[in-house]
Design a protein around this ligand. Sequence first.
Ligand code: GDD
Ligand code: MN
Length: 376
Amino acid sequence: MNPNDLLLLAGLILGGVHFGVPLVYYAYLKRTWLPRTWDIKKDPGYTPRISIIIPTYLAARHISKRLDNIAGQNYPLGRLEVIVVDSASPDGTANIVERWIKTHPEFKVKLIVETKRSGKFEAVARALRHISKDSDIIVLTDDDCLWDSNALMRIASYFSDSSVAAATGSIRYLGDDGVHNAYRDLYNQIRIAESKWWSTPVHNGPLLALRKEVIEKIGLPTLPGADDSAFASYTAFAGYRAIQADDAWVYEYPARDQHKRMIRRATHLVIYFTNLKKYAKKNGVYVKSPFDKIWNIEAYLHTINPLILLIAGVILSLLAVWGNSITLILLGLATVLLVYKPYRAWMTSQLYLLIGLIRAFTVKQETWPRPKLLQR
Ligand code: GDD
Ligand code: MN
């Protein structure tokens, strides 16, 4: 074999691994786990006391609608409280919330105003100190999403099973051009299948419910970039179930700068996948469970697998530049395939992760510019 053929072989093997591993994993999840019924006892009439935390920064445009949406939930309102933590937003968010509270005296909403902006995590940590003692479930949400009117009731039903410590909603994008929802559909299926198997490591900001008792016992991970997924998986490392519900729907608008937003989320995920397991072990929280397998695969898919694509891409591009016709055809095919939505969504997500990998080691992500939403 001449060196070029060896390089070609290496490029093809790496490409095969990059696409093969997730495809095999996806096929396995879809065949084996997705069709199963939940092995979780869901009591649809279970109505624990819930504290909903909404961190806000520059939320004047969304917050009234957000509070209306929560007040419109099919859930006994007497068993809900809402805590809004605003980081001194200069757009009058706090005033709007105060007015909303005055016009809805039947609804328990607390407003906490910080003196300066130190990020979502800080705000959530502060809110936790203000939740009622008798509350059972902590729900984290964003100011700019919406819940289906049954979302809270359905999420709550999973907590009637004492093995569940975290449950997140399934996301749909409103007013979408296609590629974001193609990406969402695929990931919703994967997360739900992983949840039926045992637990999923990726959870969603628009709706994440956590069992308070467990959080009080094990604490919240405070590593940099820790977010919704880190909170949920920390409970999974402690041996509990952390699942995505297939019947609790939440809605989000894609952002005008959706790419930037996806890069930030990818950066958070990279930091999270490279640190949380070590962190859980160091803190004595970790116990062995089926979550390990799922975690290892997803950690690989979020960190090493995109690098393998990059290396394969570099090798094949070099060969193409050197005039190797097979690689030229292959790269042409790979480009033409971009018209196929799921493939395009996949390639875009790999790009986000690669940028996230670089950013994870260079930038801190505690605060970020609020995305402008494509609200129609
Ligand atoms: N109090 C406070 N202080 N809240 C903040 C701050 C802050 O400094 N920064 C952001 N938030 C709030 C926002 O007001 C919003 O309610 C929520 O955190 C999510 O922030 P967005 O700016 O809307 O980001 P996103 O739409 O991309 O959100 C997703 O990604 C984030 C991680 O990058 C969601 O999944 C978030 O939950 C997630 O934290
Ligand atoms: Mn948002």
